[in-house]
Ligand binder design. Structure first.
Ligand code: AMP
Length: 391
């Protein structure tokens, strides 16, 4: 038996997971290297979350390539002879080109570099790890799985901005993100309730990043994120959809530059900006502060407005699925969203919602409501297995 490594690289961290592969991937190890560029440290745990090791790493010259080598060094003693036979990378942007996971070559890895301007906060770090892996382990197959790929099925109207045409030719259009999570969740829904999965579904990925996806017969037809992962819902620290004129006003009246605007809309806004307290839903729920309550109210209001928009894109709604940190764990947010969807005929089974059951809609609700925990790492491991068995 062999193993698959799943790697998710961010600007200052690399999250990874090791899956044993037999008939299906089985989680064996989970790890995190964080503080890249500052005070790097590593943690490795077993499948049950039991900590196997913690290590402080030398800060000097510790970049994503060094972190990649460290990851391979740290996991080696715990593989029990199940050597890593392939690596799956989460890549945020596949542009208009990649509609499915792909086995990387040095050439295709370089094609991904063309999308750096489309996702400057993530793509360079995804690529740094891919390049380091390709250089150090040229015989180890590397698979890229894209956050954008699931949304390639959106019709052209859903992808368009009402800008002059020439900009679309430069790739300025709506792409959508969280696609690996949507792929996993819609796959689970299909296994659990195939007749509902073949209908009109809105999946609500509500975590620190948050988006909604309108899914028809298992395929994305519209989503709230667009050209970047800053659009759509209010998030932990991102503002979501905003009148574009506000940004022009910020430039004119506050003399803001591109980096300041980026900091404002990605890191200072959302739940954090409105509450002035925290980006974390648990902290806000526990707080008595009226600003915290207002932040949550706006978060829910934006979700309700966007559910209405996606229901219109779908021509109706048969099911709503909650996933990610808030969607899976915060019964209050689910109850507030459900209350705002009563006009659609949605009725919650309150005890089931409080328990966080898989099905939380009342028996005679016109819309079925589910809580399906997402698992992006497992989805990537499955994609790697599929591609490897096709080779
Ligand atoms: P994610 O980005 O998917 O890890 O989700 C992070 C968000 O989920 C944060 O806002 C957390 O506060 C929220 N979250 C996690 N667990 C809970 C919980 N038990 N109750 C409320 N919110 C939670």
């Amino acid at each position: 038996m062999s193993s698959i490594a799943v790697v998710n690289a961010g600007s200052s961290s690399i999250k990874f997971a090791i899956y044993g592969v037999a008939d299906a991937p089985t989680l064996r190890l989970k790890g995190l290297i964080e503080g890249i560029g500052a005070t790097p440290r590593a943690r490795l745990s077993d499948a049950g979350g039991g900590v196997l090791l913690k290590e402080d790493l030398p800060p000097q010259g510790f970049d994503h390539a060094a972190a990649t080598q460290t990851m391979m060094r740290l996991v080696a003693p715990w593989l029990d002879g199940h050597d890593i036979s392939a690596v799956g990378h989460r890549v945020v942007h596949g542009g208009g080109e990649f509609a499915a996971p792909v086995v990387l070559t040095p050439e295709s890895a370089e094609r991904l570099a063309a999308f750096i301007p489309l996702a400057p906060l993530h793509q360079p770090h995804n690529l740094a790890v891919i390049r380091a892996m390709l250089a150090a382990h040229p015989d180890l197959p590397q698979v890229a799985c894209f956050d954008t790929a699931f949304h390639q099925t959106q019709p052209p109207l859903a992808q368009a901005f009402a800008l002059p045409r020439k900009y679309a030719a430069d790739g300025i259009r709506r792409y959508g993100f969280h696609g690996i999570s949507y792929e996993y969740v819609t796959g689970r829904l299909k296994a659990l309730a195939p007749e509902i999965a073949s209908g009109r579904v809105v999946v609500a990925h509500l975590g620190n990043g948050a988006s909604l996806c309108a899914v028809m017969d298992g395929r994305s037809v519209a989503t709230t994120m667009g050209f970047t992962a800053a659009d759509g819902l209010m998030m932990g620290t991102r503002c979501g959809a905003i009148d574009p004129g506000v940004l022009v006003h910020m430039i004119d009246q506050y003399g803001m530059g591109a980096r300041e605007l980026e900091d404002l809309i990605y890191r200072q806004s959302g739940l954090l900006g409105v509450s002035g307290l925290s980006s974390d839903m648990r902290t806000l729920r526990a707080a008595d502060d009226p600003a915290a309550k207002e932040a949550i109210a706006l978060f829910v209001y934006r979700i309700l407005r966007e559910i209405g928009s996606l229901a219109a894109a779908l021509g109706g709604l048969d099911a709503l699925v909650f996933t990610a940190g808030i969607g899976e764990n915060d019964a209050k947010t689910r109850a507030e969203v459900a209350a705002g969807c009563a006009w659609l005929g949605l009725e919650l089974d309150e005890p089931a919602n409080l328990r966080g059951d898989l099905t939380i809609s009342a028996p005679d609700s016109r819309i079925a409501v589910f809580v399906i925990p997402t698992n992006e790492e497992l989805e990537i491991a499955r994609s790697v297995m599929r591609l490897m068995s096709d080779r």
